[in-house]
Design a protein around this ligand. Sequence first.
Ligand SMILES: [Zn+2]
Length: 450
Amino acid sequence: MKISFYGAAREVTGSCYLVESGGGTKVLVDCGMFQGCNTCDVKNYTNLYFEAKEIEAVFVTHAHLDHTGRLPKLYKDGFRGKIFGTAPTLRLAELVLLDAVHIMEDDLKREQRAMLYSREDVEQTVKHFVTVDYSRDAMVGDLIGRPRDAGHIFGSAFWELEDEQGKRATFSGDVGNYGSKILRPTAQLSPTDALIVESTYGNRVHEDESTRETKLREVVKRTIDQKGVLVIPAFAIDRTQQILFELNHLVEKGLLPEVPIYLDSPMAIKATEVVKDYPQYYNKEARELAASGDDLFDFPGLKLTASRDESKLINDAPRPKVIIAGSGMMNGGRIQHHLVRYLSDPNSTVLIVGYQAQGTLGRDLYEGKKLVDVLQEKVHVKAQIMTIGAYSAHADQAKLVQWVEEAAEKPKRIIVTHGEEGAAVALATRFQQHFDIPSQAPHFGDTIEV
Ligand SMILES: [Zn+2]
């Protein structure tokens, strides 16, 4: 089996691995978009490094754009095979791709920027979606693919691929963090010849997740006391539902006074509906809570603002208020309209709850920049910038090591991807030293024989 790395090699985004089985079957694991870098456009628009027509199937790990965003380009270039994923992943992926094409349509109107693909390409792509439940087999040529629960976002999977020569490779996709209130934990690793594992936080350790809800409660309370505005840039999928779940708990248990909380993201509103449709994917506690009749993502004070007009009305609403809006890295979307208004207000707070890639506004704020560009305006940052790292949907180094530690049998080799250079190399070194397993961080275009 041969694996070539055409994305997420010593960088976080653009996940796309070509797998060629011993019997000559060609498939991809993920076909994601490059995001948040100066060279990303070039990388997204350039020709694929393989013949799209020859690819027989794609195994999708989860719905995030950096794992699904180039599927319609693959279709446009001639791919007509099956696209496998769990039911929630494929529902969410459709939302993600339609949102991406919507942004492209806007860019075309505003800057005459060519679209990477059309709405029609997205509509055709989703016709190739084939759902596979966790631990069920998906067969393509001489390959068998099996999705297992990755615990990263709703529906997320790591894929085990096996060819007729018995060679096995396991693709982690993104591995979840501890402490999700909704998701089940990451499933145990089965024996494998090669583990291809992400390293977004490969050189970092998250803070303890047990204090997360307390911190969230404190920041909302402080906002209320100061009559400020709390802006939470949230990723539409997962992070938003985690936060809604915790706010639901805090409000319904009387631990927080009622305060207007706006979910100002059409995508997040739709994603929450998808999550509500699949309670069988919840962990035990969440499933029991849902079965008891509680709506896990709705509570007094929550207002959903789907339309632009509703969104604009948030400006006029009296303080205090909480606004949850996308994009999660603050480099686009409705969040920017709120940031331009509230970043310079010392009584307001921006709460960072997820990974901020290099080159994004979120990263600038995270790193403490005091003057930033938002919507072509220079804005002085006087609002408090706060981070709760424990909301991360990604495993940290300790969890990734623990995952391998708890494997039924240690992988024969480990290939570290999906992390910035330093993180990927640090994690590979850690695996090598801790387990004495040959470990490496491939470069873009490298091919590895398993
Ligand atoms: Zn992800």
